[in-house]
Design a protein around this ligand. Structure first.
Ligand code: NCD
Length: 343
């Protein structure tokens, strides 16, 4: 097969940033029908006023429908969330970044304190607002010791399990799932699903960290970190399974090259390659029929949206990923890609 047309995809998790960094990347997302725009800015998007202003900014320059991943923070209250959902139902999801686990999560709520915010989750359950979780924990709560990065998602499994039990009807999605343990948990609860980033299909822990656990390739550093073969194989199998619980979300997270190298910022800017990488991935696994459900159907169904009407077309044609794009080092820089989006 040399060409393939599929229904227009959605990106259910992307960091569009603000200011010049946002201007550098935002046009790349016009290929999607809907994009969940994460609100983990330095000043987190966590109230109605900030959501409206961030969303209007994005809307003024794009073709896709922005859905804001508004942050659950220590400033969140039930009253604020009632106002948000009254006005913006279907245009806002709730994003939970536990305190301290990743970029701009300082105002996030620690796992043990999440119960104090249960009235908001009850509202989300009643009103069918998806609750998106960055499922990691960075410290052992008994000893206070830092958990190695590779073990942080698995360590969060009991917390996610408790939440799944406490809110049987809540739409809970585990963002960028990266471990076998989390895949297994998702399979055992009807209210859990998992989005998969190409980052965890393409990269391995040993491409990023040495044997002592020291980071040596910051350009492949994103959170949750790439895993070793055992976990990577589970993510690949979940993507290829065709199970509707697993669907695409890029987690494209650009940082300027200088910032990334100086401050070791986590986040892979994969927006240049996501769809063509996934087309290649499904083609090479003789599973091209699973490509469209993975990128264009299962996520929309999970969140209760109609499928997009448009189609996009790919052609088998090689091109090389640039080494630098508007000051950002792209994921897969220098790699030869086998498919191209042509219309
Ligand atoms: C994201 C970012 O830079 O905003 N980084 C990342 O490594 N994925 C935050 C996040 O989703 O963890």
């Amino acid at each position: 097969m040399t060409e393939i047309s599929i229904r227009q995809p959605d990106d259910w998790h992307a960091h569009l940033r603000i200011g010049s960094l946002s201007e550098s990347v935002i046009d790349l997302f016009n290929v999607y029908g809907r994009v969940v725009c994460m609100g983990n800015l330095a000043d987190p998007i966590d109230n109605l006023h900030k959501i409206i202003s961030y969303r209007s900014n994005i809307l003024s320059s794009v073709d896709f429908l922005p859905i804001i991943g508004a942050m659950l923070t220590k400033n969140s209250t039930l009253e604020k969330w009632i106002k948000i959902t009254n006005l913006l139902y279907g245009r806002v999801f709730i994003k939970y970044l536990p305190e301290g686990v990743t970029t701009n999560s300082e105002s996030g709520i620690a796992w043990p304190e999440l119960e104090n915010y249960y009235p908001i989750l009850e509202l989300a359950q009643d009103r069918r607002i998806p609750f998106l979780i960055h499922a990691e924990i960075d410290r052992d709560l008994k000893t206070g010791e830092l958990i190695p990065e590779i073990a942080r998602e698995k360590a969060a499994v009991p917390y996610v399990e408790k939440l799944a039990r406490d809110f049987p009807e809540l739409i809970i999605n585990i963002e960028h799932v990266s471990t076998r343990a989390m895949v297994d948990l998702i399979m055992t609860h009807d209210n859990l699903s998992g989005s998969i980033s190409p980052n965890h299909l393409a990269h391995r822990y040993e491409d990023v960290f040495d044997e002592q656990g020291n980071l040596f390739n910051v350009h492949k550093y994103f959170k949750p970190v790439a895993k070793a073969k055992y976990d990577q194989a589970a993510i690949i199998a979940a993507a290829l399974s065709g199970d509707k619980k697993f669907f695409f979300a890029s987690d494209s997270a650009p940082h300027y090259q200088a910032d990334k190298e100086k401050f070791q910022k986590a986040g892979a800017f994969n927006a240049l390659t996501n769809l063509t990488y996934l087309c290649e991935f499904f083609a090479e696994h003789n599973a091209l029929e699973k490509f469209e459900p993975f990128v264009s159907e299962s996520g929309a169904r999970r969140y209760g949206f109609p499928l997009n009407d448009r189609t996009i077309k790919f052609r088998r044609e090689t091109w090389t990923v640039s080494l630098i794009y508007r000051g950002i080092v792209p994921d897969l820089a220098g790699r030869i890609m086998k498919w191209k989006v042509i219309e």
